[in-house]
Design a protein around this ligand. Structure first.
Ligand SMILES: [Zn+2]
Length: 388
């Protein structure tokens, strides 16, 4: 596919490129600029890297409130997961990191998508999260009483072919009898997990609501801190820890704050809204990188709503549209360790792209209705060639 008269944002620059031609051959971007005269005229359109959601759960049905009521039979689960994946890629999400389930069905989906048989985003999957006995999401099968048991759970995931490891460093809201403020593992146990993961070439993503767990996870060297909710005895967001943040900045730890459309409920709710905004502003000022994520699959959070959620992300994190988009493209790719594969528009990278009308660097709202989405070089909507 070859496009001419198209405006290009490469996922990194402050503004648009001078070049206005883009060539895709097979799955890759092979040329920027110098379009052939018979290329598809894309006047009025802008191409940017496809969006990335750094935290989803494809196995979860967002319309089901209790984890006990979720489908766990893989044969029944897979068709629903396929339709979620298709809705995601059609909405411009060309990469997603799946941070946990109980059956490894998302790994099957990942491979189906990679083989080209099923439309969907490029998936990175964590499999069963390592959790304490009775801990957060223990029903997914990753319980571990100590460091040795944690390494056994870890081996079970890598044997299955997961792309990374997820650890539950604190309790969560989804699991009865766990408390978001409480740490589930000490630093030594998480460090053993990080070391064993690194030995097999994998990063660790740590679910962290409570400040105690954030401190343990950062100290242990995890790659991404999920949620980062700063919960403690006084409640959510009230236990921001400057030393932990300085450590994140020094180690290059990324924060994936899982800001979804549900955060709209905090808007105008002054103590909660400004608390969240202040915490994120302080993180950014300290030099910690943020990546876009939604926790899609949890109650009420639909898998394909990232583009709309980016407006909430921008609002709460105080980001300009370009900064928001970097967190959902090139920065996210760096955090996930796939920036040599995707996340930007560059010759040699995979063609994971979205095409929109309007000016995404001025107004994120234009992302809501992509004209075309290209994933691994394949047009997902099939509109571009026909319309032009
Ligand atoms: Zn999650």
């Amino acid at each position: 596919m070859e496009l001419r008269n198209i405006r290009i944002w490469d996922g990194r620059a402050e503004g648009y490129l001078e070049a206005d031609g883009l060539t895709i051959e097979g799955t890759r971007i092979t040329r920027i600029g110098d379009p052939a005269p018979d290329a598809i005229d894309s006047s009025g359109l802008t191409v940017l890297p496809g969006l990335m959601d750094a935290h989803v759960h494809l196995c979860l049905d967002p319309d089901v409130r209790s984890p006990d009521d979720q489908i766990t039979d893989v044969d029944a689960l897979l068709p629903a997961m396929r339709s979620r994946a298709e809705a995601m890629v059609r909405a411009g999400i060309t990469t997603a990191r799946d941070l946990g389930g109980g059956t490894w069905a998302e790994l099957r989906l990942r491979d189906e998508i990679a083989e080209g048989g099923t439309p969907g985003p490029r998936l990175l999957c964590a499999g069963q999260p390592i959790t304490s006995v009775g801990g957060h999401c223990h029903f997914w099968g990753g319980e571990a009483a100590d460091a040795n048991a944690a390494l056994e759970v870890l081996k079970r995931q890598t044997d299955r072919g997961t792309d990374l490891i997820k650890v539950m460093a604190t309790g969560g809201t989804l699991t009865p009898n766990t408390t978001p403020a409480d740490a589930q593992f000490d630093t030594g146990t998480i460090a053993a997990i990080v070391e064993a993961s690194a030995a097999s070439g994998r990063h660790v993503a740590a679910h962290c609501h409570g400040t105690a767990g954030i401190i343990n996870a950062v100290e242990a060297g995890v790659r991404t801190v999920e949620h980062c909710s700063w919960v403690g005895p006084d409640g959510w967001g009230k236990h921001y820890d400057e030393a932990a943040v300085a450590s994140m900045a020094a180690k290059g730890t990324w924060v994936s704050p899982t800001i979804n459309l549900g955060w709209a409920r905090f808007r105008g709710n002054k103590p909660l809204e400004s608390l969240r905004q202040d915490n994120l502003a302080k993180l950014r000022a300290a030099g910690v990188g943020l990546i876009a994520s939604t926790d899609a699959g949890i109650p009420g959070v639909r898998h394909h709503d990232l583009a709309a959620a980016l407006r909430e992300f921008a609002h709460f994190a105080g980001l300009q549209p370009g900064e928001t988009l970097r967190a959902a493209t090139s920065d996210c790719a760096r955090a996930l360790g796939i920036d040599t594969v995707t996340g930007a528009i560059d010759v040699g990278l995979e063609a994971d792209l979205m095409v929109v009308e309007g000016d995404p660097l001025d107004d994120l709202a234009v992302l809501a209705t992509p004209v075309e989405v290209i994933a691994r070089g394949r047009a997902m909507l099939g509109t571009l060639a026909n319309a032009r």
